[in-house]
Design a protein around this ligand. Structure first.
Ligand SMILES: NC(=O)c1ccc[n+]([C@@H]2O[C@H](COP(=O)([O-])OP(=O)(O)OC[C@H]3O[C@@H](n4cnc5c(N)ncnc54)[C@H](O)[C@@H]3O)[C@@H](O)[C@H]2O)c1
Ligand SMILES: [Zn+2]
Length: 375
């Protein structure tokens, strides 16, 4: 059998395992059977993933004696709305489920977040298994129990904390992922090194390009390390009152860019995060908090793998305005009493939570950034 590794997210009686490796879909039945309370499951997936990977999951469940039915949603972020959520819930209830019937999320973060939220609310709480199929969902969204759908007022504003009972990160599924999606997920991998683990970041500086080009061992190692990092943080701060905020490194700047570019294909979430992390380093250096050569080192790595470093690499960066970006940042759901919380850095692996940065300093920095975008 090909190599498999197992990690545990320690959350008392809600603890669960993350399995990372190859051919997990083929053995899904055997892997899932010990953690579910009924030999029957409802699979939730999207059309793209269904075409590529659903048959293998179905066969894997058959082999393990787990009966299954599937709900197939349209792909993309626009599916994460009330209308699709409502239909998803009605479809699942239409199958005549019981409280012991588990859901299985097969797909990227959109499917994981929606299935998790359905599991949190249907019959006041069902078990669910995450089978993430994008790099982003394998290293980030499938672990930690944050579930949500979007509102017209913003992304992920309607949701719940609800932990899965198992996560199966099948590295093989990444082989069908478009390169741009892979890179977007890779930004979250880099994040774990940048916030807390300089040795991991150094390893990525060498292994990153081959990981992107398809090296299975590098992918498995990176997913494993990333999940371990996230699991450790979630175990000490499940509801994001303290250390879990570090995982938002790059996200406050990045989120403002995402909103400004329309929360769509112009700038993928991971691309926004990559830009946001680079900006957080430059801003930290400008405030004298971080050595000046660090942002350059990060830029070099981005260039080596193909991630964007500069706003001018975004299609319509010309229209960005520093004041507007700061207002987007101030609307982030992590804002407390109107103060923008930024995650800043003292160097590679040394991120920290900064609550005391004045808005004019942020705006002046963004004015330079957006100015730099148009020359
Ligand atoms: N819950 C959390 O903690 C958390 C954390 C980060 C992000 N998120 C959420 O995750 C979502 C983004 O996740 P995502 O980037 O996985 O997006 P996604 O689910 O939209 O997947 C991206 C695209 O890739 C396709 N796809 C998925 N797997 C594939 C595969 N193996 N081969 C080919 N195509 C495949 C999908 O159909 C989709 O078109 C956002 O909604 C974000 O808010 C949640
Ligand atoms: Zn993210």
């Amino acid at each position: 059998m090909s190599r498999r590794d197992q990690l545990r997210v320690e959350l008392g009686d809600r603890s669960y395992d993350i399995v990372v490796g190859s051919a997990l879909l083929d053995d899904a039945g055997a892997l899932i059977a010990p953690v579910v309370r009924q030999k029957r499951a409802i699979i939730v997936t999207d059309e793209t993933v269904a075409k590529l990977h659903l048959d293998r999951l179905r066969a894997g469940l058959d082999k393990g004696g787990i009966a299954h039915q599937a709900v197939i949603l349209p792909p993309g972020e626009s599916t994460k709305d009330f209308a699709h959520f409502s239909k998803l819930c009605e479809d699942i209830l239409g199958f005549g489920i019981e409280r012991r019937t588990p859901l299985i999320a097969l797909g990227g973060g959109v499917i994981g977040d929606m299935t998790g939220f359905a599991a949190a609310t249907l019959l006041r709480g069902l078990d669910y298994v995450q089978i993430p199929t994008t790099l982003l969902s394998q290293v980030d969204s499938s672990v930690g129990g944050k579930t949500a759908i979007d509102s017209k007022h913003g992304k992920n504003l309607i949701g719940a904390f609800h932990q899965p009972v198992l996560v199966l990160a099948d590295i093989d599924t990444l082989s069908t992922l478009p390169r741009r999606e892979l890179l977007a997920g890779y930004a979250e991998v880099v994040k774990y090194g940048l916030i807390r683990d300089p040795a991991f970041y150094e390893w990525l500086e060498t292994a990153g390009p081959k990981l992107i080009d398809g090296d299975i061992d590098a992918r498995r190692e990176a997913v494993l390390k990333s999940c371990a990092a996230k699991a450790a943080i979630v175990a000490i701060d499940e509801h994001e009152n303290g250390d879990r905020q570090l995982l938002n490194f790059g996200h406050t700047f990045g989120h403002a860019l995402e909103i400004e570019t329309g929360l769509g294909d112009v700038l993928l979430h991971g691309e926004g995060v990559a830009l946001g992390m680079r900006m957080a380093f430059d801003f930290s250096a400008r405030l004298g908090l971080c050595p000046k050569d660090i942002p350059e080192r990060v830029r070099r790595h981005y260039a080596a793998v193909g991630l964007p470093s500069n706003l001018k690499q975004i299609a319509n960066a010309r229209r960005m305005d520093a004041g507007v970006l700061v207002r987007h940042m101030a609307k982030d759901k992590k804002v407390r009493d109107g103060r923008i919380t930024l995650i800043l850095s003292r160097g590679i692996g040394a991120a920290f939570i900064a609550n005391d940065i004045e808005r004019p300093a942020i705006e002046a920095f963004l004015a330079d950034e957006t100015g730099a975008a148009v020359h």
